[in-house]
Design a protein around this ligand. Structure first.
Ligand code: CP
Length: 364
């Protein structure tokens, strides 16, 4: 252990409040590393900003207005793990705001292969960019990177966590909340809803980050549907108990609880985290899939989500059902990430002003 390892361990084992204090500046997001940084005020703000940006971009004039917000900024997309959606949506989000991007996706082309440490790698990226978006297979790597730049660098640039080990994926949770709120806009939003989370809950960083966000909504009820080996971790259950959020565990079959749900959030097996090759394949998941035969069991206003990529946990035939919102959810990722970046760089006020001016204008 070097001195940085020791100092980071001390930080890592400190309270969540201490971490939020470092990752936020003056009660404003600077880095986004943990879902717990997102309170209801920020989530509602991102929701309204996202809706405004979508509408603004429908005209060429509006599109150019957005592109003119941050043309003086550069971002590095450091993806040390495979990604389609998170990478492309962040890249598109940057471009929507005029930010220029560079990416590091193939680590064999990074000087890490010459033995450079992750700490030095991140400090190097911060020399060339105003924003770093990162995905890393090692848990807590985004947290460590943000801690390092905030405490040991004279060039702390914001870090956005695009997925860290099997810990957290906060921007996915943010776009999931946006999709849920939008889907339930005629039903008073997400408050009071029952949500099924199904699949590999133990190692699924999207469900973990989404679960943390439930504290921001009233009278939510969660149903964790998974075989015992993949059930939600004790740390999250403790968190739910602490915040008096109602949950139940269903370990036999998705069908048993489908009629109760307003939203069903399906996930795939995260077998890239298997300790031994092929161990996940030994677990029978046949009762934890959604097929067209299950659709009559789902409420008329029910919403089916999946962070993707999917395998066979949702039959492709389900895609035709209007309650299947996962393709829309995927696209929402680009807009919510653009809103997040606009918020972080403080151009959200001018975007909302422009939106209001255009809405008031009789000619546009
Ligand atoms: N949902 C998600 O994180 O997808 P990717 O792995 O394709 O980025």
């Amino acid at each position: 252990m070097n001195i940085l390892d020791q100092e980071f361990q001390q930080f890592h084992h400190s309270s969540t409040a201490n971490k939020i204090e470092l990752f936020n500046r003056d009660n404003h997001l600077f880095d986004l590393i943990l879902s717990q940084q997102l309170d209801r005020k920020v989530l509602d703000h991102i929701y309204h900003l996202t809706c405004a940006m979508r509408k603004i971009s429908k005209s060429k004039k509006g599109h150019l207005f957005l592109q003119n917000r941050l043309p003086h900024k550069r971002a590095i997309l450091y993806f040390a793990q495979p990604s389609s959606r998170t990478f492309l949506s962040f890249e598109s989000a940057c471009h929507l705001l005029g930010i220029k991007t560079s990416d590091i996706r193939d680590l064999s082309l990074s000087s890490e292969v010459k033995g450079e440490s992750s700490d030095d790698t991140i400090r190097t990226f911060s020399s060339y960019a105003h924003l770093i978006v990162m995905r890393h297979p090692v848990g807590n790597m985004a947290e460590r990177s943000a801690w390092l730049l905030n405490t040991h660098s004279n060039r702390p640039v914001p870090i956005l966590n695009g997925g860290s080990g099997h810990d957290q994926h906060p921007t996915q949770a943010m776009l999931d909340i946006y999709t849920l709120q939008r889907s339930f806009s005629s039903l008073e939003g997400l408050d009071g809803k029952t949500i099924i989370m199904c699949g590999d809950l133990k190692r699924g960083r999207t469900v973990r980050s989404l679960t943390y966000l439930m504290k921001n909504y009233n009278n939510i009820s969660l149903i964790f549907v998974a075989p015992p080996q993949f059930q939600m971790g004790e740390d999250l259950l403790e968190y739910l108990n602490l915040h008096q959020i109602q949950y139940s565990i269903e370990s036999e079959s998705l069908k048993n609880v489908l009629p109760q749900a307003d939203a069903i959030y399906m996930t795939r097996v995260q077998d890239e985290h298997d300790q031994q090759k092929g161990e996940s394949a030994q677990i029978d998941l046949s009762n934890f899939k959604l097929s067209v035969d299950d659709l009559p069991l789902i409420k008329e206003h029910g919403v089916i989500l999946h962070p993707f990529p999917r395998r066979d946990e949702i039959d492709v035939e389900v895609d035709r059902d209007p309650r299947a919102k996962y393709w829309r959810q995927e696209r929402n990722g680009m807009w919510t990430r653009a809103a997040l970046i606009a918020h972080i760089f403080g151009v959200d006020g001018e975007i909302l002003n422009y939106f209001e001016e255009q809405s008031d204008s009789p000619t546009d």
